[in-house]
Design a binder for this molecule. Structure first.
Ligand SMILES: NC(=O)c1ccc[n+]([C@@H]2O[C@H](COP(=O)([O-])OP(=O)(O)OC[C@H]3O[C@@H](n4cnc5c(N)ncnc54)[C@H](O)[C@@H]3O)[C@@H](O)[C@H]2O)c1
Length: 356
């Protein structure tokens, strides 16, 4: 029954979510875990047994490359600190493993392009963890955009008003560093920026500004971006991780020719406006959909379906994972050069920000 085999590398905070989703996915089976920290491997293995009811022993290895040599593993889930994502994903693909890859997919454009190329050359699946795209409400908005019910989208605004305390940055030494984390937009902002681009399309140019307030970290605390899209639509990003005294909200606003959608709340779980011309029941239908937040499970199910060749499963491949990444890189570059950046970008790595 559980026929698609997974291994997880990186058994930290987010790994729990992966295991719970995997266990809920009938065809997925965890066979190995990898971390430098033995206790975390034990915890993740125990969580798997508890959630899945499966008793079969889980292999525990400290060295990632041992997973690559194991022919019983089909998919490697990469949930380590961000600076290891691209390196581990490339190695996994080169060893003919499919990959579930945490965001951000890479910390440089070169690494993102390498990933796209290797996955395509080897005909392997990469599922990037922009799980919000699998939330039924977000999918509904995409269908409205594609179906033309909202008309042309004229403006999109993504707000992120969060609080990440000193203890958050001290909880792991990679957090808040350009070399290993990449900044608040890349870590916290990337999901909502991915949605903004999913709905609005290809950006043409962006102007960005950044500010750093706290000295206990290297990366930005505040960011602003103004985006122009090829169809003359405008996008605005306004984000900070120093909102007092705690997280306030994330919001996503879409202004269409024939409707307006605005989501708010802690995790975009509140409908502030859902208006579509000529559809008086649209908001009511959307409120019903809003209750379903099983996006992480649907993301796993899509990966399993793709591997089993069951049905047309829509994955978020590495080139999709590059979209928000490239926009954030362009904001960083714009802020550090005080110039508008045009797409596509030719070169960027977050470690360049250290020097600026
Ligand atoms: N998709 C989402 O919603 C979401 C949410 C949170 C975090 N994330 C992403 O997940 C990643 C991990 O975040 P986290 O909060 O779980 O971090 P974490 O620090 O809690 O966990 C990272 C784990 O990687 C392990 N690790 C480090 N080097 C390793 C190596 N060489 N080999 C094997 N294991 C190694 C660490 O020991 C640690 O257990 C980040 O890139 C983050 O951006 C995604």
């Amino acid at each position: 029954m559980r026929s698609v085999t997974f291994a997880i590398v990186g058994c930290g905070t987010i790994a729990c979510k992966h295991v719970i989703s995997m266990a809920a996915c009938q065809e997925a089976r965890l066979v190995a875990v990898c971390d430098l920290n033995a206790e975390r491997m034990e915890q993740i293995a125990a969580l798997w047994h508890e959630e899945s009811g499966e008793e079969q022993k889980i292999a525990k290895v400290a060295e990632f490359r041992e997973l690559l040599a194991d022919p019983s593993i089909q998919v490697i889930v990469i949930s380590t600190l961000s600076s290891l994502h691209a390196e581990f994903a490339k190695e996994a693909l080169q060893a003919n493993k499919h990959v579930v890859l945490e965001k951000p997919i890479a910390l440089s454009l070169q690494d993102a392009d390498d990933l796209i190329r290797i996955a395509s050359e080897r005909n392997l699946y990469v599922q990037v963890c922009h799980q919000l795209r699998y939330r039924p409400l977000m999918r509904k908005i995409k269908d409205l955009v594609l179906g033309g019910e909202l008309g042309e989208i004229r403006m999109g605004v993504a707000n992120l008003r969060l609080n990440r305390s000193i203890s958050y940055y001290q909880s792991a030494n990679w957090r808040g560093t350009w070399e290993h984390d990449g900044g608040m937009l890349l870590n916290q902002g990337i999901h909502i920026i991915d949605l903004l681009l999913w709905y609005l399309g290809k950006p043409q140019k962006v102007y960005g500004e950044l500010s750093s307030v706290h000295s206990f970290k290297e990366t930005e605390d505040m960011a602003a971006g103004i985006i122009s899209f090829s169809n003359h639509a405008k996008g605005i990003i306004e984000a900070n991780s120093i909102t007092l005294p705690a997280n306030l909200e994330q919001s996503l606003f879409l202004l269409g020719e024939k409707g307006t959608i605005c989501l708010g709340g802690g995790s975009l779980g509140r409908i502030d406006r859902w208006y579509i011309e000529g559809c008086p029941n649209a908001a009511e239908e959307a409120r019903l959909l809003m209750k379903d937040t099983n996006e992480h499970l649907y993301m796993y199910q899509a990966m399993v379906d793709a591997i089993l060749g069951k049905q047309h499963a829509e994955l978020i491949d590495a080139s999709e994972g590059k979209r928000a990444l490239e926009l954030i890189f362009a904001i960083y570059l714009s802020a550090s050069t005080a110039n508008v950046q045009h797409f596509p970008l030719s070169e960027f790595s977050t470690s360049m920000m250290k020097m600026r």
